[in-house]
Design a protein around this ligand. Structure first.
Ligand code: DGL
Length: 276
């Protein structure tokens, strides 16, 4: 019987947003074991001061890499990736890291109206990394950066409780929509991995139809490309379960049920690390 490879793919986010990337990665890497890590003790990352968040994530990874020895680590979080990718690569040179950064380049290539919006956490919106992406790939289009305080939390509630406040979604996305000299925003980049869970509500509450760009599949493809031996690896008949780790060490019942629904067994976390 083909067995799953020993070394897992480690998938990291501040909460449940990375599940949007996990579901794509599993399709492409059915023979691989996944360890999903949610830093729920640190959620939301959007409002953290940059130096503190950087130190916090690097220190968390010290434990995670020692414990799980991943083949690859996917930072399925824009707020973290736009800040700490270089630090992680420098601190753990033996582990390949794949990041998630705002899909500004494809949006700039696809827009017909020349007006695109990037919907993200307040942290991602103020990063120099994000500004550099705009300078490099979107200097000829108008990019509106929209930092949302509430959407990641709304996605967390929706996925656990099945409830979403549509008026709140409408309010949070409203600044993405601009009209200028007869042209309208035609693309909104979902630059937080939590947001694709709310995209149907966004479509419903948007003032006009736009393309919503979710980079999850592209991130999964990038991860796959760094693991050439993956091709042809089959899922075993009796797989080891994929696991989810919560840094609080204390996910509630609804969270455990959600993880189960994604085929993840919740493990007790030895890396309990509260925000400092
Ligand atoms: N899922 C994270 C991202 O992609 C952010 C959620 C948060 O911690 O605010 O940016």
């Amino acid at each position: 019987m083909t067995t799953k490879r020993e070394k897992p793919v480690l998938m990291f986010d501040s909460g449940i947003g990375g599940l949007t990337v996990l579901r794509e990665a599993r399709v492409l890497m059915p023979g691989r074991r996944f360890v999903y890590v949610a830093d729920d003790a640190g959620f939301p990352y959007g409002s953290w001061e940059e130096d503190r968040l950087r130190a916090h994530i690097v220190s968390l990874f010290r434990g995670l890499i020692a414990e799980h020895d991943p083949e690859i680590a996917v930072i399925a979080c824009n707020t973290a990736s736009t800040l700490v990718l270089d630090d992680l690569r420098a601190a753990f040179p033996d582990t390949p890291f794949v990041g998630t950064v705002p899909a500004i380049k494809p949006a700039a290539e696809r827009t017909r109206s020349g007006l695109i919006s990037v919907l993200a956490t307040p942290g991602t919106v103020k990063r120099q990394y994000t500004r550099n992406l705009i300078g490099e790939w979107a200097s000829k289009v108008h990019v509106r950066l929209v930092g949302s305080e509430r959407l990641a939390g709304l996605a967390e509630t929706y996925m656990r409780q099945g409830f979403v406040d549509e008026d709140a979604v409408r309010e949070e996305i409203a600044p993405c929509f601009i009209e200028q000299e007869g042209r309208r925003t035609d693309i909104v980049v979902l630059a937080c991995t939590h947001y694709p869970f709310l995209v149907n509500r966004m479509r419903k509450t948007a003032p006009w139809p736009v393309d919503w760009i979710d980079p999850a599949e592209a991130i999964a493809r990038r991860a796959l490309s760094l693991m050439p031996e993956e091709q042809g690896l089959q899922a075993p008949e009796l797989p080891d379960p994929d696991v989810a780790i919560f840094t609080s060490g204390n996910p509630d019942f609804a969270t455990c049920r959600l993880m189960q629904g994604f085929g993840l067994r919740v493990e007790p976390s030895p890396h309990r690390l509260l925000p400092t």
